[in-house]
Design a binder for this molecule. Structure first.
Ligand SMILES: *Cc1c(COP(=O)(O)O)cnc(C)c1O
Length: 426
């Protein structure tokens, strides 16, 4: 592997200089870090799995506990942040993170639930047009959800699922191959459903090109942004994506089981012919409490809501989104490219032939995560670096995923990780 950034140096001095020059370095202090046995911050590289807790979260949740204590049911209207419209306080901030208009964005449910809700509306097999294009090795929950939706329509997954596989001896997919597959299924494709970032390889999909190709083929196009939201700069509206879903406990740091989000493009905001699962929170606000039997959806993504929202979880997400708003996705992404570039450089400097990075080396084709394949190392290597204070994750059979996130990881973290990995490789 060759170093792409000749300006980098594998020294503590260099890492310290990078941290000093980093305009986002101060954000690290806004998060709680787990400690190692000596009481030092661990090297936390699993923001792609569960982001760290912002120190402000507690106050946001306590506000709602206090208002519940004080007002009981009247808190729906009288709480400092009234619960009735509570989800709306998050909409614009969330919309900025995903590059959407507020009318296209809603915070609700969890990812897989939202995926099902969107598939009900946007996977509508008709005649020959009933196939769904996904990645082979897609996240299992997505796979289960999609297969079950196919069966729900009385169809066979074997007839309806097209799985993209990399070329022989390649770890990631080429956009040209994805586009060619879409074109080849021009008459049979109902839906393209890919991740924004593949959770295993860390590859970013070229969402604009894929969306255009899907639309040219007459298909609907949706993305699972679990590993993309809060990691990449997204432009869902401009890219013309039909729908997207995501969770908020990974890069968005909103806590375990956090409330997720969904995007529905404006062009679908008021289409009465789109079937959907309905619930009272998706009903027009002005007449919701008349409690009539007829469902009139709110225009836009909010019309897909089912239940009244979990205020305590929303409070945590709100605290986190304030930080994203303040830091800004483009500044975060700029740091992220350098930070991950530094990690890639240091892995190259280890000069050990057992190491390969399966994540693309082009920064435009990856987020912050690198997936490191270590030949013949097995789980012991992973256990050894864990014992030395590295929190990363292991994916069978031979991949260590590390995700230095720009909000709270430092260049020093990256250097320490590389030093530990090198010494444990022996
Ligand atoms: C994390 C993740 C999920 C998790 O789904 P939940 O419904 O939030 O439990 C689903 N899909 C992908 C691609 C993920 O990365």
């Amino acid at each position: 592997m060759k170093a792409q950034h000749s300006g980098f140096e594998a020294t503590p001095d260099f890492a310290a200089r990078m941290d000093t020059a980093d305009p986002l370095a101060g954000y690290r202090d806004r998060f709680y870090f787990p400690k190692d046995e000596a009481g030092n911050d661990v090297i936390y590289f699993t923001g792609n799995s569960l982001g760290l807790q912002p120190k402000t979260v507690r106050a946001y949740i306590e506000q709602e506990l206090k208002d519940w204590e004080t007002f009981g049911v009247a808190g729906h209207a009288l709480a400092k942040n009234p619960w009735l419209p509570y989800h709306e306080f998050l909409t614009e901030k969330m919309a900025r993170v995903v590059g959407a208009k507020p009318i296209e964005t809603v915070v609700m449910n969890a990812l897989t639930v939202n995926l099902h809700i969107m598939l009900i509306s946007f996977y509508r097999p008709e005649g020959n047009r009933r196939k769904i294009l996904i990645e082979k090795g897609a996240f299992p929950s997505d796979h289960y959800a999609i297969e079950s939706q196919i069966k729900f329509h009385g169809l066979e997954p074997a007839d309806c699922l097209i799985e993209l596989t990399p070329r022989d001896c390649e770890a990631t997919l080429r956009t040209e191959d994805i586009v060619k597959t879409i074109e080849g299924e021009r008459d049979s494709l109902a839906l393209v459903l890919l991740g924004g970032v593949n959770y295993y390889t860390g590859q970013v999909f070229e969402m604009r090109e894929i969306t255009d190709a899907g639309h040219r083929a007459g298909a609907t196009v949706g993305f699972d942004l679990a590993h993309a939201v809060g990691n990449l700069e997204l432009h869902l509206h401009d890219w013309g994506v039909d729908f997207a879903v995501w969770c908020s406990y990974k890069y968005l740091n909103a806590g375990p089981g956090a409330v997720g989000g969904a995007f529905v493009h404006e062009r679908h905001a008021d289409c009465p012919d789109i079937p959907r699962l309905a619930g009272w929170w998706g009903h027009e606000k002005a007449t919701r409490f008349l409690m009539g039997p007829e469902f009139h959806p709110i225009s836009g993504a909010e019309g897909w809501q089912l239940s009244n929202p979990p205020i305590l979880q929303m409070a945590a997400l709100w605290a986190s989104l304030e930080i994203f708003d303040e830091a800004g996705m483009s500044a975060l992404r700029a740091k992220s490219e350098t930070l991950t570039g530094y990690l890639e450089f240091l892995l190259g400097e280890i000069q050990d032939e057992r190491i390969t990075v399966i994540t693309p080396s082009d920064p435009a084709q990856r987020g912050c995560q690198l997936s490191i394949r270590v030949k013949n190392a097995g789980r012991e290597l992973f256990n050894a670096i864990t014992a030395r204070g590295v929190v990363a994750d292991w994916r069978e059979p031979d991949v260590i995923r590390v995700a230095p996130v720009p909000l709270y990881n430092s260049f020093r973290d990256v250097l320490s990780f590389a030093e530990i990995l090198k010494s444990e490789l022996g």
